[in-house]
Design a protein. Structure first.
Length: 249
């Protein structure tokens, strides 16, 4: 009975983990540039004293869905979308370089260029991008070049202040951290700027989450969880019946 109970218990626990993954995907169905997390379950052998005769279920996150989300035209000067493969380089909260597809840029009161999540955008030299305020106009080129028109200057006096750092690493070399940013699997490694990466101006890439597919997966996991709970109840009833037989004997 203990084997059946252990298997059902571990299965129910992992079903809950799986539902958390899909629930997080659903919560980010409208998050700019979000990449959906994948989830899968497999059996693992339990080692310890005696023969390795027990197995348990384990839910794991094998990676993310890197397919491109829907592109929405906004017409806003500071909205950009990476065309095809590639990433925008940012600084995370700890000051480390990370990568994102969220191109909803903004300028804070000190002139620092950020994205919608508050991460500082990095220039091609690896440092944060500073916009000299005040300005009348700002433009982002297809190659990531940032040009501004200082306040009071004539229209033809556009000046280049920096260029967004755009990278194109192999997606298999990336992992997603707890904040939703991507980093190299090799600790401390940063990727070089890639001039072949281009941007689409006045547009944003939406989340690539398939809401219907996520809901279907959650329903399936919920039913599987209920089955595991019923199996635990059956194991309890069988154990009680065995105890009654031993008493009669």
């Amino acid at each position: 009975m203990d084997r059946a109970l252990y298997l059902a218990m571990s299965g129910a626990k992992q079903d809950m983990y799986g539902m958390q993954v899909h629930a997080n995907n659903l919560a980010n169905v409208r998050t700019t540039g979000f990449r959906a997390d994948l989830e899968q379950a497999r059996s693992m052998q339990a080692y310890g004293e005696g023969l390795p005769s027990r197995v348990f279920a384990m839910t794991e996150n094998p990676g993310q869905d890197f397919s491109q989300g829907a592109v929405m035209t906004t017409g806003r000067d500071l909205d950009v979308t990476v065309e095809g493969e590639g990433w925008l380089a940012v600084l995370d909260a700890s000051g480390q370089e990370a990568y994102t597809r969220a191109g909803n840029l903004k300028i804070d009161e000190t002139g620092m260029l950020q994205n919608g999540s508050g991460n500082l955008m990095l220039g091609e030299n690896g440092g944060p991008i500073f916009i000299p305020l005040p300005i009348n106009k700002i433009e982002v080129g297809n190659d990531g070049t940032i040009s501004v028109l200082p306040q009071g200057a004539p229209p033809e006096a556009m000046e280049i202040v920096d260029r967004l750092k755009l990278v194109r690493p192999d997606n298999r070399e990336l992992y997603k951290d707890i904040n939703g940013l991507f980093k190299s699997k090799n600790p401390g490694e940063i990727f070089d700027a890639d001039a072949s990466v281009s941007l689409l101006k006045g547009a944003l890439e939406g989340s690539n989450v398939n809401a219907v597919g996520e809901m279907t997966s959650m329903i399936d996991l919920q039913r599987h969880f209920e089955m595991q709970v019923k199996l635990m109840k059956t194991a309890e009833e069988m154990d009680a019946a065995s105890t009654s037989l031993l008493r009669l004997g």
